[in-house]
Write a protein that binds this ligand. Sequence first.
Ligand code: 5GP
Ligand code: ZN
Length: 114
Amino acid sequence: MQDCIFCKIVNKEIPSTIVYEDENVLAFNDINPVTPVHILVIPKKHIESLAEIKEEDEELIGKIHTTIKKIANQVGILDKGFRVIVNCGEDGGQEVKHLHFHILGGKKLGTKIA
Ligand code: 5GP
Ligand code: ZN
């Protein structure tokens, strides 16, 4: 999508520090990390949010999860653990309207999630 920051990152029109890339999925460091490891994993296809996922996207969404595991292993947080967050819509605090999965790790996180 033309005005989407994350589509621009996919198309390399905006630079990012890429940690994983394949045909359908891209992962890069969050520009404003809130934990020592803060990676965003996105489908290359523009899907606005979790609320816009369709049945035809099931394979892609599954793939994103195995990719998250691979990335966690790659950056050395798989054994200690990490948190995955998807903000959706206004009440969910979603700022960028391109589906993304936050991987947060590298320190012990609190137990409160809201
Ligand atoms: P949201 O609140 O939509 O779930 O999270 C959006 C995330 O994208 C935020 O953590 C923010 O720091 C990150 N972000 C926004 N713009 C950019 C950018 O241009 N590059 C990178 N790498 N991250 C971005
Ligand atoms: Zn997009």
